[in-house]
Design a protein around this ligand. Structure first.
Ligand SMILES: Nc1nc2c(ncn2[C@@H]2O[C@H](COP(=O)(O)OP(=O)(O)OP(=O)(O)O)[C@@H](O)[C@H]2O)c(=O)[nH]1
Ligand SMILES: [Mg+2]
Length: 347
């Protein structure tokens, strides 16, 4: 390594090495080029960085030309992404219309939705991303839809709370199970790590205002103890979800009367296993309107990282209000956070 590389350059290089997208790679390389000391000893490195910049640019252009954006790829935003899947006409789009500002098409006829459509569900001071999708049938699963589903943090199987409820639930869970995916109402941080076959999920019994009495109870009876199985393992032993007593929960909701929507949000928030924490500056009141949303189990250092990339290194200690033994207790950066803690970071 040539001498005299600055800490600024090292940081840019780290950013480049940790980049996960072309845009981030490009930004890292550009930062490296501007931070590298310009003298004879670094000429080769400068040339190398420039070569890599044009390579990333070429790749970006190629990707842009080869295909347009994939409508089934829905980027994540908000505290977590929840995908609604179901048979035609079960009320998926209406649920998005009732909870978000997304421009969805609600229709009396089936197959109204043709591509996934995300929307943000704001509630209290947090937001969850809901994704409406085109319907599935026994004969047809839209190309690309499984990708949308696998990319989700939580999956809701939407059925009508009517006579067809059980068939519609079997259909959706069967489609998923045949492709190696099982839903269980277990928060994502409690699911076995690295197991791609399980997703936190719920059965959402929609149009509850029209519910045939006993339907939701029947769904519960059938699925409460049956979460987390894929076709390959049925009968071969219990899944983790079953061992821990968690099946697949059923929530009754109505887009028309809005009954059940609050409970639904609450359960989604729990399945996403996120916590909200508020930051404050010394001598100032906390900003209670804009929480930072971090995964359950996150520490003060994880919060610091969200506030600023360099903060975990720069910080000396924090003061904590909330779950600490006394208000304003001094804690180390390894301190785990709880929902609604207030944290003051000292550099
Ligand atoms: N009574 C009542 N009707 C509803 C409710 N939600 C949806 N509907 C009606 O059910 C029909 C289908 O609703 P959509 O939201 O378009 O259903 P979808 O699941 O998105 O349908 P596809 O896009 O075809 O899969 C429409 O006529 C809605 O007005 C509800 O909560 N109560
Ligand atoms: Mg629809």
């Amino acid at each position: 390594m040539p001498a005299n590389l600055t800490p600024e350059y090292e940081k840019a290089e780290l950013r480049y090495r940790q980049a996960t997208s072309d845009e981030e790679r490009l930004a890292g390389l550009q930062a490296m080029l501007s931070a590298i000391p310009k003298h004879k000893g670094t000429e080769k490195m400068q040339a190398d960085i420039k070569r890599r910049i044009s390579q990333v640019r070429r790749e970006e252009q190629k990707a842009a030309h080869s295909k347009g954006p994939d409508p089934f790829h829905i980027p994540h935003s908000g505290a977590g992404q929840v995908v609604l899947v179901g048979a035609p006409n079960t009320g998926k789009s209406s649920l998005l219309a009732a909870t978000t500002h997304a421009p969805v098409k609600v229709a009396e006829y089936p197959f109204a939705t043709v591509v996934p459509q995300p929307g943000m569900w704001h509630k209290d001071d947090v937001q969850i991303e809901l994704v409406d999708t085109p319907p599935v049938t026994a004969d047809h699963v839209p190309t690309g839809l499984m990708g949308t589903i696998r990319n989700a943090d939580v999956v809701c199987a939407v059925v009508e709370a009517g006579e067809a409820a059980l068939d519609q639930a079997e259909l959706v869970l069967g489609v998923l199970s045949a492709r190696g995916l099982a839903l269980c109402s277990t928060p994502r941080n409690e699911l076995p790590a690295g197991d791609p076959s399980r997703r936190p999920g719920l059965i959402v019994a929609a149009k509850a205002d029209l519910a045939v009495p006993g339907t939701i109870e029947a769904l519960r009876e059938l699925y409460a103890g049956r979460g987390g199985q894929t076709l390959g393992e049925s009968g071969t032993g219990q899944s983790n979800a079953l061992r821990s007593g968690n099946g697949l929960e059923v929530i009754g909701v109505s887009a028309r009367t809005r009954e059940g929507l609050d409970d639904w949000f609450k359960r989604l928030w729990e399945l996403l296993a996120m916590i909200r924490v508020y930051s404050k500056e010394p001598g100032r009141p906390p900003d209670m309107h804009k929480p930072f949303v971090v995964r359950a189990g996150a520490t003060v250092a994880d919060l610091a990282l969200q506030i600023h990339r360099d903060l975990p290194e720069r910080m000396k200690f924090a003061r904590l209000w909330g779950h600490s033994r006394f208000e304003g207790q001094q804690v180390h950066k390894t301190e785990p956070l709880r929902d609604k803690d207030v944290v003051e970071i000292h550099e």
